[in-house]
Structures are given as C-alpha cells and as structure tokens.
Write a protein that binds this ligand. Structure first.
Ligand code: AMP
Ligand code: GLY
Length: 414
C-alpha cells in the first residue's frame, strides 16, 4: 500500500513514522525529519496536490492539517477517484467555524458550555456583562481558525471587553475573529479524544492529555499544544464510555442525518466537569501534539484502519499497548507570539525509546535550522508515565538552539 501524507508538521511526521512501519509512505510537502520521499507541493495547493496524486497514484491520501480540508482538498481528490482520509469541506466546518460547531452541538444534544454567537461588539459585551452578573466568567473565542490562539479566558468583565475589542474591532485574528462565540467558563480537567470515523461508525484511539498553555503550571497564553501524555489513568472506562455516548456518537449521528459523509478523525476536546464530560470543541484532524504520543502506543494495522475509514467501510479494531508515551514540544523563544526563524539546531544522540518529530524546521545549506514556533516534539515511550517522562526530558536535553524553551511539567501535573 502506498500512502501520501499531506502536511509538514510534527503531527504529520508522527503519522509518517507510524505508517512507514506497515506501508510505503510519501509526503507533501513534508519536513526534513521525515524518513521518506517528500514532494514540494504546499498542503493548500489543491491543484498541485491533485496533479501530484495523478502522478504518484497513492492508494490512500491522509490529510494532516485542517486548512486544506476546509478549502476542499478532500472533495477534490475524492472526485478524482482517490481514497482520502479527512472530511470534505462540509464536515470540516465543524472546526473552521466555532459558531457552526456550537449550533451542531446544540442540535445533536451534546453537553457543552452555554454560549452566544455575535458579529456586533456591543451585543457581545452586553451578553458578557449579563453572564458576569449571573455569576459566571466567560471565554471569548474567535469563531474562525486562529491556530489555537483565538481563545481568551476572561476572569473579569474588563478582560472580556479587551478581548472583544481586540478580535472584533482591532481585527487581531483578521476575519477569523470578526464573529465571536462567548461561552461560560467551565472548570475541570481536560483531555483529547481522537476518534476514527467511517461515515456512521467510529473507533476511538487511546486518549491523551494536551497542555495548551505556554508556561509551567498552566500559565501564559494558549498555544497549539506544548506537550502530551497517554494513557490518562484518571479517565475511567465509564467516563470514556460516557464521552463516546454523549459527545462522539450524537455528532456522528447528526452528520449522517445532515447528509455529511464524514471519513476522517473527529477530535473531541473534553473538559470533565463534576465527573461528566463537556465538549469544548471539535477538530476535524489528528491533534498536534496528541498524535505524537498516541501513535507510539498503536499496534500494527493503523494504515488499514485509515484505509477502511477512507472507503466508508467497517473499521478493524485499533490495537493499543499498555505502555505510556510522553511528548514534550521544544519551541522558539517568543512562541506563541512573534519568533525568530533560521537559528541553527543541534541534535545530539537520543536515548533509546525516544523519537524526535520535526515540526518547524528546515534545511539551510545542509544545516538544520528553526522555521516555526513549535520546532521539535520529543516523544518517549516507557512502561509507565514516570519512565516515559524521564526519558522524554533526557531527549529534550539533547536539543539545542538559541532561545529554545519547553515546559518542564509535562506529565507531572494534571
Ligand atoms: P478550544 O480551541 O475551544 O478548545 O479552546 C482552547 C482551550 O481554551 C481549551 O483547551 C481550554 O483549555 C480553554 N477553554 C475553551 N473553552 C473553555 C471553556 N468554556 N471554559 C474553560 N476553558 C475553556
Ligand atoms: N493540540 C490541540 C490541537 O491539535 O488542536
């Protein structure tokens, strides 16, 4: 089987790493860490991607990032006769528009925070003021895609006013922030559930915990994710079953009844509030850096599962080991704000059991240099979380570039 992985980040590197164990893998555009042939076509170049597929005839195309899916890469390649793992543009709206996603959650009866959707800043502020008066704090979210950064947790009405002005008036996230969703703030522990969906059926992968804040102790701004671990012992089989029954199944059913053929990952971002799962968001792709940890635990046959989903066929079982995986992201100084690129990276020899996924790197005259906010993801596997964490941080110590920073508490707190 020949599989084309579309994308260039750490998540795609992890997919290439895993799928290469059981298939011939190629990538576009790929990154310098990938041990496979890479083709220089941008993930959002739909025409270029279709001609690459015509030329290379992959049996399966696995699309990593959401942007090409939102732009209709799935639709285009399916129309051309390829098997694609990743939803069409209609299903991808679940991630592209938080307003749409909330409306779907309400129709499907999925438990989620109360919210309002606004295009007028004054109405947004009046709603926030009502929520504070009713004893809640609010979360202001850019409706469109803002790379995980368009979410502001507001502890006071003044903070909400600032976030509304920044997004809706100053246009900090461009069009993505002209419509905002304002939600009651929930308090609880979070986890990510990646579920493979083949139209009306689904099979969940092992759960992972992501650390979204930039700094130790869950402080600092939201990022795309600074590290993950899997499994999460604090998630009981009952909680997992309840999450599937109340959050995954209803959305899968809703898509079927809305005539949306969904073949790809449904990523549920969950917060456990008073022992019950609440849905914070859905994404339409593998999580980054959840995937980097999750694939370390998967057995043989992952490619077959993705292929079955791409064809809308029954899903074979996804095997997972009882080992633990920990992934620590090494980021550029300043991330998630502005960063410098082009700094030389030194990678010393890694301990056994560690895999280094590249996320924001490139080769400049055969020197590996930084090329993004999240630069590398160091992933380790061990018999339990303590062993995997210790190994992951030994791996991180082998990475050097100017201003490199990482969280020191991945898999140690919450
Ligand atoms: P989202 O992109 O909607 O998942 O939001 C990113 C992060 O913001 C989540 O992982 C949470 O940590 C936080 N967040 C989002 N919505 C809420 C909420 N209603 N209450 C508390 N925290 C939230
Ligand atoms: N790690 C969170 C995400 O992929 O959206």
């Amino acid at each position: 089987m020949r599989i084309l992985v579309v994308g260039s980040g750490g998540r795609e590197h992890a997919l290439v790493w895993k799928l290469s164990q059981e298939a011939e893998v190629i990538a576009a555009p790929g990154n310098p860490g990938m041990d496979c042939e890479c083709f220089d076509v941008s993930a959002t170049d739909l025409v270029g991607m279709e001609s690459l597929c015509q030329r290379l005839a992959p049996d399966l195309v696995v699309v990593g990032p959401e942007d090409p899916l939102v732009a209709g890469l799935g639709d285009r390649l399916r129309t051309a006769g390829f098997n694609v793992f990743g939803p069409n543009a209609d299903g991808a709206q679940l991630e592209a528009s938080k307003a749409f996603s909330k409306e779907m959650m309400l129709r499907a009866g999925v438990p989620t925070a109360s919210s309002g959707t606004f295009t007028d800043p004054e109405e947004a502020l009046a709603y926030s003021s009502e929520r504070f008066e009713a004893g809640f704090q609010v979360v202001v979210k850019a409706s469109g895609n803002a790379l995980g950064k368009g979410v502001v947790i507001c502890l006071t009405l003044d903070e909400a006013e600032d976030a509304i002005a920044e997004m809706m008036i100053e246009g900090a996230f461009g069009e993505a922030g002209r419509t905002v969703v304002i939600e009651d703030r929930l308090i609880g522990r979070e986890f990510s559930l990646l579920t493979i969906v083949s139209d009306g059926q689904f099979a969940s992968l092992p759960v992972a915990r992501d650390y979204k804040r930039a700094l130790d102790g869950d402080r600092g701004p939201n990022t795309g994710g600074m590290g993950t671990y899997s499994p999460c012992d604090w998630i009981s089989p009952r909680l997992l079953a309840e999450t599937e029954a109340r959050i995954v199944q209803p959305m899968v059913n809703q898509m079927v009844s809305d005539g949306i053929s969904y073949r790809g990952v449904l990523f549920s971002g969950i917060m456990v509030v008073n022992g019950s799962p609440m849905c914070l968001e859905y994404n339409v792709r593998f999580g980054d850096p959840e995937t980097q940890s999750v694939v370390r635990r998967l057995g043989f046959g992952f490619g077959e599962v993705l292929m079955a989903a791409a064809k809308g066929e029954p899903l074979p079982a996804v095997e997972a080991s009882s080992d633990a995986a920990v992934t620590v992201v090494v980021a550029s100084a300043g991330y998630p704000g502005s960063i410098k690129k082009g700094l030389p990276i030194q990678l010393e020899e890694m301990p056994e059991g560690v895999v280094v996924y590249h996320a924001g790197t490139k080769l400049s005259e055969s020197q590996l240099v930084t090329n993004g906010g999240r630069v590398l993801a160091v992933s380790a596997i061990g018999k339990d979380l303590d062993e995997a964490r210790e190994l992951a941080y030994r791996g991180v110590a082998q990475v050097r570039f100017d201003g490199a920073f990482f969280r020191k508490d991945i898999a140690s707190i919450g």
